[in-house]
Write a protein that binds this ligand. Sequence first.
Ligand code: NDP
Length: 246
Amino acid sequence: MTSRVALVTGGTGGIGTAICKRLVDMGHRVATNYRDEARARAWQQAMATEGYPVTLVPGDVASTESAQAMVRAVEAQLGPVEILVNNAGITRDTTFHKMTAEQWHEVINTNLNSVFNVTRAVIEGMRERRWGRIVQISSINGLKGQYGQANYAAAKAGMHGFTISLARENARLGITVNTVSPGYVATDMVMAVPEEVRAKIIADIPTGRLGRPEEIAYAVGFLVAEEAAWITGSNLDINGGHHMGW
Ligand code: NDP
């Protein structure tokens, strides 16, 4: 198989870590960003101990300048980015009538404007080289909405419009663009939800449990494979049956 250069944003988080591992297992050279260097270096060390080397570069995906510098740093160390996984994301949950402009903009900047910031920095190179794989990590709540998540659901839904437009623009150039929409996965983001709310969520999931980060990473690995060349503009729902259909 061909070893590619992969950039996973938010790779130090729950789902991001599993995606990094999956891509290393596939033989790719993987990089991710950090904001807190000491924490990220400890993560990198733990990953290396498990046999997963990951290159770290500084980067705030919510900033256009920082995202561009992040991509340049990856390219200087590993070479051109061939696989991009736009995974970094945050929540700032509250009902809309109580939501501050800051909570709105923080989530839109981190979860949606980031996709512009990072993808814009890699797309021209992919077009020149006639090969690329881009995957957005959206959410079940970008498809069905969620109480207290107007900001998050708007950002995640925006990823789908972005995905299908970018897929059209680049389909003839060997670049695929897809979205993965996880349901509730057992990471810090979901464990921060109050336990009684989490119990209600789990009761609603047909498989009767939260997802595992590895189950999301598996789908990302599938979409970035050489053999997935004819899958573009798709959304893959991975949610234990929590949301089916449109
Ligand atoms: P985590 O909170 O575990 O990880 C989020 C990662 O994103 C961290 O590495 C974090 O870095 C990084 N990040 C956040 N903001 C920025 C920023 N401005 N610039 C650079 N990096 C940033 O979340 P998950 O692993 O649970 O989620 C990963 C993705 O999956 C997110 O997009 C999320 O919305 C989505 N998702 C998650 C679900 C779940 O159930 N967990 C369900 C559906 C979708 P730092 O440590 O510096 O904050």
